[in-house]
Design a protein around this ligand. Structure first.
Ligand SMILES: Cc1ncc(C[n+]2csc(CCOP(=O)(O)OP(=O)(O)O)c2C)c(N)n1
Ligand SMILES: [K+]
Length: 458
């Protein structure tokens, strides 16, 4: 098999790149790795072989259908364009009523109390972090912050459904996932204060968290870049035959980036085990979803790329948890991507640099905050089950608040990373142009000390 494919490769590439190895790829295709880091996919499937049998069949059915790569295509004499939309919108999977009662598939009682209670407590922690860090920014102690308010269930309930080996590539409004995985309050505080203990050594804006230990790629600001990266990660998990998947998060705005479309297609074609989770929260800064797309949201885009998809109520923690768990199982067992569109709402401003009342009504925000809160709904269900008491909840709230204030004090006092850290960690041997830049920076800092922070060690 390998020999045949190598022969094929040699035929198709006049001077093939030196081969480093071969591995089984999707649909038993062979993946050949070359030293130029390119690979060729040699599919053993009969793509363009319109077989004798198929041609005979065509004759038999009077030319009613024909064989075309991908399957048989029926003919029609009716000139019919595919409609730009369907009459009915794609329905939304939900299992928890606003009143905290489940719309019950009976087996739903199988949920673990510990997992469910931790989910809710992490939502409270996230909410507390958001309140305190937001205030710290308003007090001028940190430069920037961005909350997850209104989207606590999407991130925390989905994180709870994953395994720790699954690799997460998030946008920026998903610290809930990191929190679920065990990132500590001190680690969050060190990052937003950009001190020496921050894993990024203060080189990124606040909220650009990352953790090697917790399989969470460091956030990068440009919208959508994490999507093709996630497909690459998933494909590598596939090649290593790992029992894990990649999970990537993004907003509705992110789906207008080319990277979203490239990633979906790339994932479908390669059979990459990746779960795409779109937080459709209604707004991309000041751009509403009515201005973002004309389609029925995001879920319908999956099918066009050959990706199994579901729309869920992102404010129903149980729906998020169960759909993510199932999506993960399918992605790994069937080695394919799955798309989840979670309908939710960004209750807070886009970030501390935004005032969202300039472009949306206060009524709309209030409605989502009070009538459709993901936390209130989930808390009602937990209380109905006798799994959570008001005392537990308020105790957790005050403990977290105290711990976070301590963490902030420590993070604020901690030394910043030295100037040299700006130039390290990318190259093994620092190139000469970076050495020059470092020298120029140091000279400028000496000449204009008033323009540079005094707490950064030289
Ligand atoms: C490539 C790129 N274009 C524009 C921006 C500026 N920008 C930052 S956040 C954002 C909105 C993204 O909205 P969405 O993906 O819906 O996520 P949300 O903020 O609603 O969670 C934009 C346009 C950016 N960071 N990167
Ligand atoms: K990104």
């Amino acid at each position: 098999m390998i020999r045949t494919s190598l022969a094929l490769l040699t035929r198709n590439f006049p001077s093939p790149p030196p081969l480093l190895g071969a591995a089984a790829g999707p649909h038993n295709a062979l993946v050949l790795l070359s030293s130029s880091n390119r690979y060729a996919l040699l599919s053993p499937t009969r793509r363009f072989e319109s077989t004798e049998a198929a041609r005979l069949h065509e004759d038999e059915n009077d030319g009613q259908e024909f064989d075309f790569p991908g399957g048989r295509v029926p003919f029609t004499s009716e000139m019919k364009f595919i409609a730009e939309s369907t009459e009915e919108r794609v329905s939304c999977y939900r299992i928890l009523h606003e009143n905290g009662e489940t719309i019950l598939p009976a087996n739903f009682k199988q949920l673990s109390k510990d997992v469910m209670v931790k989910m809710y407590k992490d939502m409270i922690t996230l909410q507390t972090m958001d309140t305190i860090f937001f205030e710290a920014q308003r007090q001028g102690r940190i430069s920037f912050y961005l909350t997850s308010a209104g989207e606590e269930a999407v991130t925390i309930a989905s994180a709870a459904a994953l395994h720790s080996d699954d690799v997460v590539l998030a946008q920026y409004r998903e610290p809930g996932v990191l929190l679920w995985r065990g990132f500590g309050l001190q680690e969050f505080a060190d990052q937003v204060f950009g001190n020496r203990s921050d894993y990024g050594k203060g080189r990124q804006m606040p909220i650009h968290y990352g953790s090697n230990l917790l399989n969470y790629f460091t956030i990068s600001s440009p919208i959508g870049t994490q999507l093709p990266h996630a497909v690459g990660v998933a494909y590598s998990l596939k090649m290593d035959r790992k029992d894990a998947c990649a999970v990537t998060y993004f907003g509705d705005g992110g789906t207008s980036e080319g990277d979203f479309h490239a990633a979906l297609n790339f994932a479908a074609v390669l059979g990459a085990p990746v779960v795409f989770i779109c937080r459709n929260n209604g707004w991309a800064i000041s751009t509403s979803i009515q201005e973002q797309f004309r389609s029925d949201g995001v879920v319908v885009k999956g099918q066009a790329y050959g990706v199994r998809s579901i729309r869920i109520d992102g404010n129903d923690a149980l729906a998020v948890y169960s759909a993510t768990r199932r999506a993960r199982e399918m992605a790994i067992a069937e080695q394919m991507p799955v798309l989840i569109e979670a309908l939710t709402y960004r209750v807070g401003h886009h970030s501390t640099s935004d005032d969202s009342t300039k472009y949306r009504g206060v009524d709309e925000i209030e409605y989502w905050k009070t009538k459709r809160s993901p936390m209130d709904r989930f808390a009602r269900w937990l209380r109905n089950n006798g799994w959570l008491s008001e005392e537990d909840e308020s105790m957790h709230r005050s403990t977290v608040k105290k711990q976070l204030l301590q963490a902030i004090q420590k993070a604020e006092k901690a030394e910043k990373a030295p100037v040299s850290a700006l130039f390290s960690d990318v190259y093994d041997h620092i190139p000469s142009n970076l050495h020059e830049q470092e020298q120029v920076l140091r000279q400028t800092m000496k000449r204009y000390p008033q323009d540079y922070p005094s707490d950064v060690p030289l």
